[in-house]
Design a protein around this ligand. Structure first.
Ligand code: SF4
Length: 322
């Protein structure tokens, strides 16, 4: 559980220094990454104008364009059920506008999909290097695939030369002091070749290593998917604990950060796992006043409520026919 508290504090510190956005627990090709920072690309604002949500990959890759509306079934190279749910979602969030013609649904993009993100940085959190788990394998996977421009290990432990020798050379190592929200760079990360093909390490045992080649185009798609998920998800938990002991931020953080701080435990807590009748300090109450979306908007480049396009009414215009 302390890892969770460490991770929230670390996300707040990365976000405070970033021109883009931060998200937790994102699936990459081979594993779940603790924290991802998405830096701004040249058209970040255009992306923020489209929707606050993640845009489905299938909708982006489809032949649906901005100009002429197309019959949805002719614009997707995917099974009909997957294509249809991508269309539904794209309409709901305002990336597609839909119209009905002869009982068929025609769709078009409300805006061209922009070139909106720059580099991606992955953080692997390991507060205690004395309990590394499968850290080395995870980091080797990241370096071998080269999906992220930089990979950084973040720890609270004192980092020795022996630790550094066990960590792949390209991986950066930062110490983080959660009480102060401060980083100390022990070793800079070496940028990885994200434009080249990579090797996905699927599994590794003393006797064999299962790998899969990944093309540069596939990597570009995975990167876009990660950036989109990060855009939609962020890192703050959706709700704060319904407990008298809960507060809406920790002592070293902005009071309006909408983070689940527990005065009884003296740290951030994971409301879904730690809070409730099983906790010795639980005292039922309304959750502290906090607006998670507003906090995210205040502290990052994410826009919770973009305006402008003809999207809201088309989202409601869902119909079941062809
Ligand atoms: S339920 Fe327990 S962990 Fe959660 S806020 Fe209350 S005292 Fe803290």
């Amino acid at each position: 559980m302390r890892e969770y508290a460490f991770e929230l504090a670390m996300c707040a510190a990365v976000e405070a220094d970033s021109d883009g956005l931060v998200a937790r627990q994102l699936g990459s090709h081979t594993r779940i990454v603790d924290v991802v920072e998405v830096r701004r690309g040249p058209e970040f604002s255009a992306r923020a104008d489209i929707t606050a949500e993640a845009i489905p990959d299938l909708a982006i890759e489809s032949d649906v364009g901005v100009g002429r509306a197309r019959y949805w079934k002719e614009a997707f190279d995917a099974p009909a059920d997957r294509a249809e749910s991508a269309v539904d979602r794209a309409v709901d969030i305002g990336f597609f506008a839909a119209e009905r013609r002869n009982c068929r649904r025609y769709v078009r993009q409300t805006a061209r999909y922009p070139d909106w993100f720059g580099s991606l940085r992955a953080f692997e959190n390991k507060p205690d290097l004395g309990r590394p788990g499968d850290l080395q394998l995870q980091l080797r996977k990241d370096v071998s695939l080269g999906l992220f421009d930089e990979v950084v290990l973040v720890t609270e432990s004192y980092v020795t030369g022996a630790h550094l020798n066990r960590i792949p050379e390209a991986v950066g190592v930062w110490r983080f002091f959660p009480e102060e929200g401060r980083f100390e760079v022990v070793r800079e990360a070496t940028p990885l070749s994200t434009d080249d093909p990579g090797i996905a390490v699927l599994d590794e045992s003393p006797a064999r290593v299962d790998v899969e080649p990944v093309t540069a185009d596939e990597k570009a798609r995975y990167r876009r998917r990660i950036a989109e998920r990060a855009y939609g998800k962020g890192w703050r938990p959706d709700a704060l604990p319904a407990c008298e002991r809960a507060e809406a931020s920790g002592p070293a953080f902005h009071p309006d950060d909408a983070l689940p701080y527990c005065a009884w435990k003296g740290r951030f807590v994971d409301p879904a796992r730690e809070c409730g009748a099983d906790c010795g300090g639980y005292d039922p109450a309304d959750p502290p006043e906090a607006d998670v979306e507003a906090a995210r908007a205040r502290h990052s480049s994410w826009d919770p409520d973009p305006d402008g396009r003809d999207r809201r009414q088309v989202g409601l215009d869902r119909f079941a026919e062809e």
